[in-house]
Design a protein around this ligand. Structure first.
Ligand code: GZL
Length: 330
């Protein structure tokens, strides 16, 4: 089963030395590659450190001062709490950064603080997940994945394997409730399986994108419906990694007794798929540092080309895993 792999944007991740400064419940770092007052400052409010994907995104963002020494980075880890991210944005406004970049843990609740940024004449670039605001002028640009498309691709992996007429009981591990990643992937998957009358999602619960929670929820799914579940659809790889442990401990063979498809494309998931323990990976590219540099340069020069930039991503199945594994950059 061959899927055409679409070339993904790649960038090496080089960590810069950060000066640690506390910031009201979240950790904030400032990094630059050399001292000069002429630098443009990007304030980045990150979701947290919940998954392998997030770690890779953070590494890519932190390489920005190396990628372009004209930029300095102020980085804040929101620890998966919206209030921490809002605090970080307010501190970036107070520090008069040149651009605010936000990867929003959930999509709503940003109108007030983004209005404050607009009043301070600081452009806001949304990265990765998206926001839902009443006034779209609060956001200057968005760069990241088409999450709904990722959900559709995951459903197509299942349909290509079993066909539209198969009778399937599906267990769904949802991402963080209220995040565009969870909302978009669930919408895309559900819309695509509408053509499959005998596909039934019999279990669906959030594992909050983490391995630990993914394992815990899968244990509960197996306890109640272990002998009925044919497919696991996980909104990210980390929850699937946890779920695979739960499936093995339950005494079933992941990738054989239960067909598994997930989103992200982290190395650990490719290793498991190469070992036959998973069946499909929908890529979601976290290496967004280079795109944020490009978008920031365009915004600051008043020459923004596209308000929305979607990353190019592929889909991989078990037969491709061994060959693709050495190419993985995150
Ligand atoms: C998606 C990103 C999601 C990843 C998860 O773009 O926001 O959050 O799929 C991460 O691994 O936790």
């Amino acid at each position: 089963m061959k899927f055409k792999k679409i070339a993904a944007l790649a960038a090496t991740a080089v960590l810069t030395v950060g000066i640690f400064a506390g910031c009201g419940g979240a950790s904030q770092q400032t990094s630059s590659s050399n001292s000069s007052s002429k630098k443009k400052v990007i304030g980045f409010a990150q979701v947290g450190a919940e998954s392998g994907w997030r770690t890779a995104e953070t590494s890519s963002i932190k390489e920005i001062p190396k990628l372009d020494p004209n930029f300095e980075l102020k980085f804040s880890d929101g620890q998966q709490k919206q209030e921490n991210q809002i605090k970080a944005i307010r501190s970036f406004i107070a520090e008069k950064v040149d651009i605010i970049a936000l990867d929003p843990v959930v999509e709503t609740g940003w109108d007030t603080v983004l209005k404050e940024a607009k009043n301070a004449k600081i452009p806001v670039v949304i990265v990765d997940r998206n926001v839902k605001v009443a006034d779209n002028s609060l956001v200057t640009a968005f760069l990241g994945s088409d999450m709904e498309e990722e959900g559709k691709r995951a459903a197509k992996v299942v349909i290509d394997k079993f066909g539209k007429d198969a009778k399937l009981n599906i267990a769904e591990l949802q991402g963080t409730v209220g995040s565009t990643a969870m909302i978009g992937r669930q919408k895309g998957f559900n819309e695509t399986i509408k053509d499959c009358p005998n596909y039934k999602i019999i279990k669906s619960q959030t594992g909050d994108f983490t391995r630990a929670k993914g394992k815990e929820v899968m244990e509960a799914f197996l306890k109640s419906d272990g002998d009925k579940i044919n497919v696991l659809w996980s909104h990210n790889d980390d929850m699937a990694v946890g779920a695979i442990q739960a499936i093995e401990e339950y005494g079933k063979k992941p990738g054989k007794d239960i067909f598994i498809v997930s989103v992200d494309g982290i190395k650990d998931m490719f290793k498991l798929m190469a070992d036959g323990k998973s069946n499909g990976i929908v890529e979601c590219n976290p290496l967004l540092g280079p795109q944020l540099v490009e978008t920031s340069k365009q915004v600051l020069s008043g020459k923004l080309k596209d308000k929305i930039v979607h990353t190019k991503e592929g889909v991989f199945t078990q037969d491709q895993a061994k060959k693709e594994l050495p190419n993985r950059k995150y």
